[in-house]
Ligand binder design. Structure first.
Ligand code: ADP
Ligand code: SF4
Length: 686
């Protein structure tokens, strides 16, 4: 299909200093937890965005010197010539598809504790570590930089920029956001200096000015020099704000770099969809184009081409920045270009991808199971091998695992029958997308449903709760069971091991609540799952007027959500709703009127009034169908069922990301001779 002319503006080239981006789609720097150790994986996941039509594709943050060592997190680096070769792999692959390659040179200052290199960290005023690689405070301060340290930093930036140029990069960053490098000089919060680098805004911007000038002089003949900057610290007048010093920076150096890459601060720069809409940064970044003639890129979880066009036409941005939308759908630009907007696999804003950064594991995505698997498994997000047999396949259960398996098997050309007990597709997605803040999650279902609608070889049956007798009668040669999991009422012992609960009274699970079971106030909700469910249900019930006490075995509300950038918001939301929070406790007893809690460390007993106890903890596979069939190999043979497999939550209960991956993997490996997975054991040294 031809491109909708409304979107032509998105495909205009944009001049960025000495280079030109072929369109306005800009994959901004984002961590992928591949670092120097996985150069091929990094190459694969960056190049796929270039192949998918992004005009610019950047690396993740790239350290310029050993005193900017962010271990145990995985970062790129340009410390020496080995690192040049290491990164050139990615640059060459990006160039093959006609995209520009960008590198976000970064200096950690008091954000990187140099655990591996053991260099002393440097910062403008010798403050303590501001963050210890996503793992809380670290017992180390920084050394206040003297003039020689500042000269050294400028030299390290120049040396790294020259290496970046040798690696082939087209856009070289000075990273001045989120407390990194020169940003610590700009912010009054971290700069207490009294010399020419402290005091007035002009003085505090001096280092940024010098680093941009140095970088331009070093590589600016062929490379564009970009500045990524936080324009608002989101702390009101305690920090820098877009309308005062944020704008002031632009008034001082707005014309200096070739490109401005704008962001806000902290968790807000990649805000979880639970607490933000598409385009959420606009109020903070919209001023910039009034104070600079240089092109401006910014993010906002943009997946709608209309929103993108609006950002450009209204003069908010020149380039549409994306990290997550490009992970969820590397081919987003191509799909718009080919008039296939309906095929865009929209990011749901769950931030599972971000959790991988915090946990130092290669990137994963709920919507796109192929991200990070391009090199080691050879998976392509749009292409898949044709079928290897003419076997008909029955997939039982249409949650994310069954849907993805049916979709990808259908894409391979298999005749697929998808049977679902309920009246709609989506499984757990349908229930969970109705919880507060999770509406975007329905996209996991919607995208797959849209794709299945286009596959004439996939038939879908609703209201079809299949039994072993049905399956033996149907005699499909290949059966895939994806019947999900159920929450249990198991409680947890002191070491968080689930133990059966034997209480009387009204004890409910999340499944019960989502299915509409009667909840009687007051409610005690005990959360030892520690991901989003406990917080979401507490919010839901409080909004419905219930008196809820949130109890968790962890030290904070929704502890694991620290990895997905919404723990703090989940906490605040419950506080706003007046939900009492009890942390570090277990449920020792419940009699229908009172929940007795026991402190994890002190054993102290507390009583909470509760007519309903909701337990958010363990899940168990809903695998009765599979187990019943697996126990009857003779009957299977007689019925002509040659393979019986289980996937997703019915195999191992997990997050949605695990279910879509399991469904996809099953389809990829169906009838296939699976090559051993490529493992990157060492960094590429030459
Ligand atoms: P997953 O996350 O693994 O995809 P879900 O719980 O989201 O699991 O989805 C499982 C789906 O399987 C649900 O839609 C449920 O209605 C369906 N299902 C469960 N048992 C049967 C059955 N016996 N026959 C058909 N569908 C079933
Ligand atoms: Fe979007 Fe979630 Fe995928 Fe990240 S993991 S790109 S937030 S869908």
């Amino acid at each position: 299909m031809p491109r909708d002319p409304r979107y032509d503006i998105l495909f205009e080239p944009v001049r960025i200093g000495p280079v030109t981006a072929k369109n306005r789609f800009y994959q901004v720097p984002h961590a992928s937890s591949t670092g120097v150790d996985m150069p091929n994986t990094r190459k694969g996941l960056r190049a796929i965005r270039a192949e998918g039509g992004w005009g610019v594709v950047c690396t993740g943050y790239c350290s310029i010197h050993p005193s900017s060592d962010d271990t145990p997190l995985r970062y790129s680096r340009l410390w020496d010539d080995d690192d040049v070769r290491n990164l050139a792999l990615m640059v060459d692959a990006v160039h093959e598809h006609g995209a520009l390659a960008g590198v976000e040179l970064f200096y950690g200052s008091s954000m990187t504790s140099n655990r591996t290199t053991r260099e002393m960290p440097l910062s403008p005023s010798g403050l303590p570590m501001l963050r210890a690689a996503g793992r809380g405070q670290f017992p180390l301060h920084t050394r206040a930089m003297d003039k020689q340290d500042i000269r050294n930093l400028r030299t390290w930036q120049v040396d790294a920029a020259k290496r970046a140029k040798r690696a082939g990069f087209d856009i070289v960053y000075v990273y001045s956001g989120m407390n990194f490098g020169p940003y610590q000089f700009i912010s009054r919060r971290t700069n207490r200096r009294t010399d020419e680098y402290g005091g007035s805004l002009e003085n505090r911007v001096r280092l940024l000015r010098e680093m941009v000038e140095d970088t331009k002089e070093a590589v600016g003949d062929t490379c564009a020099v970009a500045v990524r900057i936080s324009v608002d610290e989101l702390m009101g007048d305690l920090g820098l704000q877009w309308h005062d010093e944020g704008r002031g920076v632009f008034e001082l150096v707005g014309e200096l770099p070739d490109l401005w890459d704008l962001k806000t601060f902290g968790f807000q720069d990649s805000s979880n969809a639970r607490y933000s809409e598409e385009g959420y940064q606009e109020p903070y970044v919209a001023f910039a184009r009034q104070v600079t003639t240089k092109p401006v890129v910014g993010v906002g979880r943009f997946t709608s081409p209309d929103t993108m066009v609006s950002q450009i036409r209204r003069g908010v941005l020149d380039l549409i920045g994306a990290a997550r939308p490009s992970i969820s759908d590397p081919f987003l630009p191509k799909k718009i270009e080919e008039g296939r907007e309906d095929d865009i696999r929209e990011c749901i804003g769950c931030n599972f991808c971000y959790s991988c950064y915090h946990e130092s594991v290669p990137i994963r995505c709920t919507q796109n199971p192929t991200i990070g698997e391009e090199w080691r498994r050879g998976w392509h997000p749009e292409e898949i091998e044709g079928r290897a047999s003419s076997d008909g396949v029955l997939v039982v259960g249409a949650g994310p695992a069954g849907l993805e398996a049916a979709r990808a098997l259908g894409q391979r050309g298999y005749e697929v029958t998808l049977a679902e007990a309920g009246t709609e597709l989506g499984g757990r997605i349908c229930r969970e997308a109705r919880l507060p803040g999770l509406a975007t999650w329905i996209r996991v279902r919607d995208w797959r449903q849209g794709q299945l609608d286009k596959l004439p070889n996939v038939e879908i049956y609703f209201d079809s709760e299949l039994t072993p007798a049905h399956l033996l009668e149907f005699g499909f040669p290949r059966v895939v069971v994806a019947t999900g999991a159920r929450w249990t009422t198991d409680l947890a012992d002191l070491r968080s091991v689930p133990v059966p609960s034997t209480f009387g009274g009204r004890v409910l699970t999340p499944d019960d609540v989502m299915a509409g079971a009667e909840v009687v106030s007051p409610v005690a909700l005990f959360d030892f799952d520690q991901y989003y469910m406990g917080g979401c249900l507490s919010e839901l019930l409080a909004e419905r007027g219930h008196r809820v006490t949130y109890v968790t075995s962890a030290d904070v509300v929704s502890a694991w959500c620290g990895n997905t950038h919404d723990q703090w918001y989940a906490h605040n939301r419950l506080v706003e709703l007046g939900v009492p929070l009890v942390t570090g406790c277990f449920v020792a007893d419940f009699d229908g009127e009172t929940a007795t809690l026991s402190g994890r460390s002190d054993g102290e007993v507390r009583k909470v009034e509760a007519a309903t106890l909701i337990v958010v903890g363990a899940r168990e596979p809903h695998d009765g169908l599979y187990q019943a069939l697996a126990a009857r190999p003779e009957d299977l043979r007689e019925a002509g069922i040659r393979t019986l497999q289980k996937i997703g939550d019915c195999d191992v209960p997990g997050a949605i990301v695990h279910a879509t991956y399991a469904g996809h993997r099953l389809a990829r490996e169906f009838d296939a001779n699976v090559a051993p997975m490529l493992l990157e054991r060492t960094r590429l040294d030459g």
